[in-house]
Write a protein that binds this ligand. Structure first.
Ligand code: SAM
Ligand code: SF4
Length: 334
């Protein structure tokens, strides 16, 4: 018997789960984390078995796409065990896609085992190709390690999508260098507007570079055609006609994408966030730990989906930032 699918109050079917398997990271990107972060006590984290139980409940309830994120997912101890567990849902056909978002630092080690488990694509975050700027923006990261990781992913047969956060005064001058590099290497490229998640040292408004401006710069150099294809996510795509390259834009600020939102986010402590940009969440850890049966968990998931909000309230007006979230992106999982 198949369970009734998860439909929210705005008739959106929830088929996509993003799961943050750790809030820790080996980088400290300036737009994502403060330099001195306090991480969750290890005892608060769900075990890998508990993560398996929760994600499997979502799969039973109709989730077809699972993205593993963090923090940095590949620094969680034993993470391959979790990927192995999720791969059984790929094998059964219940899950159509299992994928991850990573900073790439550990990909040299993990790319082949991940590919062997049936993972086809990986998103790698990379905001600059300049080693000095890379060290500056990630605080702790080193560019060659990430480039080696990306090369390992390609060698293992994984498709790579580069995610670059558009940062004013930081990578504006690299728009075309990054675009050309992705074309030459055969990677897709998506730009992301910086979102007001968590307290960080630099002022958000000083970091914000609108993708409207970025698009205009493409239009000065290329014929830019809007593509109607959507992947069910927030990205909108254009084609640069002269090169045939496809570029994605994730524009929570200049273009609200909430009406087609099909996703929810699970944190490493079992909190379910129905929207990245709202504070409401449901605790799934308590029902999970209360019983070895999954009935209470499934009920808690359904109750949470029944209150998924219409959308976020992020806004950078001239007076400042609104819709600011107290939690960092690494908490909910970007
Ligand atoms: N550590 C992995 C990585 O960097 O890809 C996965 C987690 S990270 C939180 C996921 C994505 O969120 C990355 O592409 C990162 O650039 C993006 N991100 C982090 N903070 C952000 C913010 N305040 N606004 C927009 N994107 C952000
Ligand atoms: Fe770590 Fe990813 Fe946040 Fe950078 S964006 S600090 S790599 S979690």
């Amino acid at each position: 018997m198949t369970a009734a699918p998860l439909i929210d109050p705005f008739q959106r079917a929830i088929s996509y789960l993003r799961v943050s398997v750790t809030d820790r990271c080996d980088f400290r990107c300036t737009y994502c984390m403060a330099e001195h972060m306090t991480f969750l006590p290890k005892a608060d984290l769900l075990t890998l078995e508990e993560l398996d139980r929760l994600c499997s409940a979502f799969v039973r309830l109709g989730v077809q796409k699972l993205r593993v994120t963090g923090g940095e997912p590949l620094v969680r101890k034993g993470i391959l065990t979790f990927f192995e567990a999720m791969a059984r849902h790929l094998d059964s056909g219940a899950l159509k896609e299992l994928t991850l978002t990573t900073n790439g630092s550990q990909l040299s080690r993990f790319a082949q085992p991940l590919a062997d488990l049936g993972i086809k694509r990986v998103n790698v975050s990379l905001d600059t190709l300049d080693p000095g700027k890379f060290a500056q923006i990630t605080r702790w990261g080193r560019l060659p390690q990430v480039l080696d990781g990306i090369a390992a992913a390609r060698a293992a047969g994984l498709r790579v999508k580069i995610n670059a956060v558009a940062l004013k005064g930081f990578n504006e001058d690299e728009q075309f260098a990054l675009t050309d590099w992705c074309a030459a290497e055969g990677h897709d490229l998506t730009w992301i507007e910086v979102m007001p998640m968590g307290e960080i040292e630099p002022a958000r408004l000083d970091q914000y570079w609108s993708l409207k401006d970025l698009r205009r710069r493409y239009e000065e150099r290329f014929t830019v055609t809007d593509l109607t294809e959507r992947t069910g996510g927030p990205a909108r795509y254009v084609r640069l006609e002269e090169t045939g390259q496809r570029i994605g834009f994730i524009t929570p600020l200049t273009h609200n994408f909430c009406e087609s939102c099909n996703r929810v986010r699970l944190t490493c402590t079992g909190e379910l966030y129905m929207c990245l940009g709202q504070e409401d969440m449901a605790d799934l850890r308590a029902p999970l730990r209360a019983s070895p049966e999954d009935e209470a968990v499934e009920q808690a998931i359904r109750a949470a989906i029944a209150r998924k909000p219409k959308g976020h309230d992020f806004d950078y007006s001239r007076r400042g930032v609104s819709g600011q979230m107290t939690r960092h992106m690494s908490h909910t999982g970007g």
